[in-house]
Ligand binder design. Structure first.
Ligand code: FES
Ligand code: FES
Length: 157
């Protein structure tokens, strides 16, 4: 039988305790055990960015981190940031600029974009492109995504 461990962590502001298989990835824990399915699973090996979540304030790939490694951590997902309205400006800009089509990449893309926006400084288009270069989108060609992020950054004044 696979080894299991008890973990306690904060997920979107709520304290959660569970027994998890030692080899379960954080993204599977969030999606399967907590039914937070907003974060997606694409490549499962750290390339596509679909599984991007925040751990202790930093964005990480949920497919490269084990659930047990998040023991004691503060985890935030697209659901949490959406409910708190932290992403409201970005979501509006993505919607208005058609920066999504199938939407598969969008949760991870928004998490990555918000990470850049929180730097609260002037950011060039090239920097935006570099920052989201680890988040793959098969649909949009990226132009509209960069436009939307740029709009929010410029709107910060
Ligand atoms: S599923 Fe994690 S980076 Fe692709
Ligand atoms: S909108 Fe379809 S993968 Fe990005």
């Amino acid at each position: 039988m696979e080894h299991a461990l008890d973990i306690t962590l904060s997920v979107n502001g709520t304290q959660v305790s569970r027994r998890v298989p030692a080899r379960m990835h954080l993204i599977d824990f969030l999606r399967e055990s907590l039914e937070l399915t907003g974060s997606h699973i694409g490549c499962e090996h750290g390339v596509c960015g679909a599984c991007t979540v925040r751990v202790n304030g930093d964005i990480v790939r949920g497919c490269l981190m084990l659930a047990v490694q998040a023991d004691g951590c503060r985890v935030e997902t697209i659901e949490g940031l959406s409910d708190s309205k932290e992403l409201a400006g970005l979501q509006k800009a993505f919607h208005e600029r058609n920066a999504l089509q199938c939407g598969f990449c969008t949760p991870g893309m928004l998490m990555a974009a918000q990470d850049l926006i929180l730097q609260n400084r002037k950011i060039s288009r090239e920097e935006i492109r570099a920052h989201i270069s680890g988040n793959y989108c098969r649909c949009t060609g990226y132009q509209a995504i960069v436009d939307a992020i740029e709009e929010v950054i410029n709107g910060q004044g």
